[in-house]
Design a protein. Structure first.
Ligand SMILES: Nc1nnc(SCC(=O)Nc2ccc(S(N)(=O)=O)cc2)s1
Ligand SMILES: [Zn+2]
Length: 258
């Protein structure tokens, strides 16, 4: 892919492109023809309880919807995973314009945005903070967003965004089932990677859905009305909050489909 040096020096990412000694950094380009079909990959099972939804907050990187992860009420299991993983939060990455915005690319193509549903291995680790430090600690489902029809489920989120426009603002948000944001097509790619924002730890089993969801222009524009900055600071629009592509190094991307 043609790297845009500008990205590498983007104010948000002045940290080194890859952490020193990093061998499994994210995001990456998924070259469809280089991915390897693995017939032993199971279907991913998703079981979320909408009453575990707690609040939406702007953390200065993105807006996150956080869940009560004190029990196994919202979990995923199967796919490439040996254990079940608990849903902790989901958030998005997006661009200033529709030509880019996703973190992962497919055959060097950017989508205008990407959803990340973050889960942790509560079978093997006592807390999220511990799981973040372990190679099999986290599982993140990535879903691409493409420009198209209005997405009804996303609209409830979009309607709440004005209330979290500034960094470190939070509002209560309940009774939301994020499985409405995940395509019904079961096909996915999976690879061993990392968090794409600090602490960039190499603890993520990535599960990237092949099919995107459709959202309309107004919904993408609503993301772009958020701010990186706190109330009272000089406003900086929250856009282009995606990390540059990282080297694949010695990794194989597996597909659940032929
Ligand atoms: N002691 C610690 N508390 N919390 C952390 S990390 C918090 C967190 O959820 N970070 C996070 C960063 C990036 C991603 S992403 N973009 O999905 O790779 C997901 C999650 S370390
Ligand atoms: Zn993310």
């Amino acid at each position: 892919c043609s790297y845009r040096l500008r990205d590498a020096l983007h104010p948000l990412w002045q940290s080194p492109l890859a952490i020193p000694g990093g061998t499994r950094q994210s995001p990456i380009n998924i070259q469809w023809r280089d991915s390897v079909y693995d017939p032993f990959l199971k279907p991913l099972k998703i079981a979320y309880d909408p009453t575990t939804c707690l609040h939406i907050w702007n953390n200065g990187y993105s807006f996150l919807v956080e869940f009560d992860d004190s029990t196994d009420r919202s979990i995923i299991v199967g796919g490439p995973l040996k254990n079940q993983y608990r849903l902790k939060q989901f958030h998005f990455h997006w661009g200033a314009i529709n030509d880019w915005g996703s973190e992962h690319t497919v055959d060097c193509k950017f989508y205008p945005a990407e959803l990340h549903l973050v889960h942790w291995n509560a079978v093997e680790y006592p807390s999220f903070e511990e799981a973040v430090m372990e190679g099999n600690g986290l599982a993140v489902i990535g879903v691409f967003l493409k420009l198209g029809a209005r997405h009804k489920g996303l609209q409830t989120l979009v309607d709440a965004l004005p209330a979290v426009r500034h960094k470190d603002t939070v509002i209560e948000f309940d009774d939301f089932d994020p499985s409405c944001l995940i395509p019904s097509c079961p096909d996915y790619w999976t690879y061993a990677g990392s968090l794409t924002t600090p602490p960039l730890t190499e603890s993520v089993t990535w599960i990237i859905k092949k099919k995107p969801i459709e959202v309309d222009e107004d919904q993408l524009e609503a993301f772009r009305t958020l701010l990186f900055t706190s109330d009272g600071e000089e406003e900086r629009r929250m856009v282009d909050n995606f990390r540059p592509l990282q080297p694949l190094m010695n990794r194989t991307v597996r597909s659940s489909f032929r």
